[in-house]
Design a protein around this ligand. Structure first.
Ligand code: FES
Length: 404
């Protein structure tokens, strides 16, 4: 196997330094080809190429067996070569679920020399001891940005806004790592972050509870990145948050793209204490979904899209009396037609005309700097189309605030 190397396009690189600040990287000279900096670069200034040099072999131990693997690769690459099943959609218990591949979610974490580390970005080293059996380890993931919020996410009941004390509606934290690669990602600085210490569910719940006290609100939210990626972590976090906030007024809110949110996962979150959820539906057609998310694998894109719609239906069918559901829809005429908006509204109305729908005006962000933010008039048109389908609670985000 040849060595991989990251090439930087100096014409595109604007020296923003994000790759240095955000990505836990061994350095260009020791590039493992993990791809994290390529996904994270807002300028798309990086790509990988193979060098002419054959890589050396090194010895490691995997689950107690001595193995020979190529150096300057990640632990995930090595496990893949050794025949472990690696997936980007939840599969068998013993498969390694690696949905973000940028070091944030820790779903792919294994024990490396006794420490839980994300296998997708950790380079292999001579003598490394790797153990994939981690069920007894407390889960970790990167969570940052603990703060008060004035308006909340799409899963926040919007009629609460005017009643918020001190102008704050909820407190939130943001988890790193995502299934998607949206060029319009509005939280990209968090999504690709892998260079900070991960937190346990208990530590995160304590930090968010502290924020609740500080901001004097009842609502506590987790968003991302994608909050659901590390299931064991999220369920334990919600349970812990519930334990620390046993009062009836406490609300636990999960904002999600719902791409892996299967019915059994929803059941587990509700049982743990989740009270509010905001799934984002990134289109109804596969074409729109792949344009927005940049998901190149069509089969995977279809699974993610179907899972997200099924999640909305399942929550409406099973938990409408127990969980507040607010659905998010992105809009920009560059990637979604009004016909598709109409189709989305019509599908939701068949299920429940009272469901809260928040349309987010996708604006120039991350890699999509050339996109034009929809005007107020356009968003009003989107609102009219959705209301025309029979939806009763449509909110549109605009440059001038929310239209209700
Ligand atoms: S898949 Fe490795 S950290 Fe998310």
């Amino acid at each position: 196997m040849k060595y991989l190397e990251v090439m930087i396009d100096e014409q595109r690189c604007n020296k923003c330094n994000y790759c240095q600040v955000a990505i836990d990287c061994p350095g260009v000279q020791l590039c493992t080809g993990c791809d994290a900096c390529i996904d994270a670069c807002p300028q798309e200034a990086r790509k990988l190429k193979y060098t002419d040099q054959e890589s050396n072999r090194i010895s490691c131990s995997v689950n107690g067996l001595e193995v020979q693997i190529s150096e300057r690769r990640t632990v995930l690459h090595a496990l893949d070569k050794l025949g472990f099943e690696i997936t980007q959609y939840p599969a068998k218990e013993d498969a390694i679920f690696a949905p973000c591949r940028t070091g944030g979610c820790y779903s792919c974490a294994v024990l490396i020399n006794g420490q839980l580390r994300p296998s997708c970005i950790t380079p292999v080293h001579e003598g490394m001891v790797i153990n994939t059996q981690i069920r007894n380890q407390p889960p970790l993931r990167i969570v940052t940005g603990f703060q008060g919020h004035h308006v909340g996410g799409v899963g926040t009941p919007k009629d609460l806004v005017s009643r918020a004390p001190l102008g704050y509606l909820e407190v939130a934290c943001f988890s790193s790592g995502c299934t998607h690669r949206c060029s319009t990602c509005q939280n990209w600085q968090i999504t690709y972050l892998s260079h900070v210490q991960p937190l346990s569910p208990v530590a995160t719940a304590h930090k968010l509870t502290e924020k609740r006290k500080q901001y004097q609100v009842d609502r506590m939210a987790i968003s991302g990145g994608e909050s659901t990626l590390n299931r064991r972590w999220l369920v334990q976090f919600v349970k812990q948050l519930k334990k620390l906030n046993p009062d009836k007024s406490a609300r636990i809110h999960v904002d999600t793209n719902a791409a892996i949110l299967t019915p059994d996962y929803i059941d587990e979150l509700v049982e743990a204490g989740m009270t509010d959820i905001g799934p984002d539906l990134k289109g109804i057609s596969l074409d729109t979904f792949t344009i927005i998310t940049n998901q190149k694998n069509e089969e995977l894109a279809e699974k993610y899209l179907t899972t997200s719609w099924n999640a909305v239906k399942y929550i409406l069918d099973q938990y409408s009396d127990k969980v507040f559901l607010g659905v998010g829809i992105p809009y920009n005429s560059a990637f979604m037609s009004l016909d598709e908006v109409n189709e989305i509204g019509s599908r939701l109305v068949e299920w429940d005309s009272c469901v809260q729908v928040t349309v987010l005006d996708y604006r120039p962000e991350f890699r999509a700097r050339a996109v034009v933010r929809p005007s107020y008039k356009e968003m009003l048109q989107v609102k009219n189309v959705l209301e025309g389908t029979g939806l009763e609670k449509v909110i549109c985000q605009t440059s001038g605030g929310y239209i209700r």
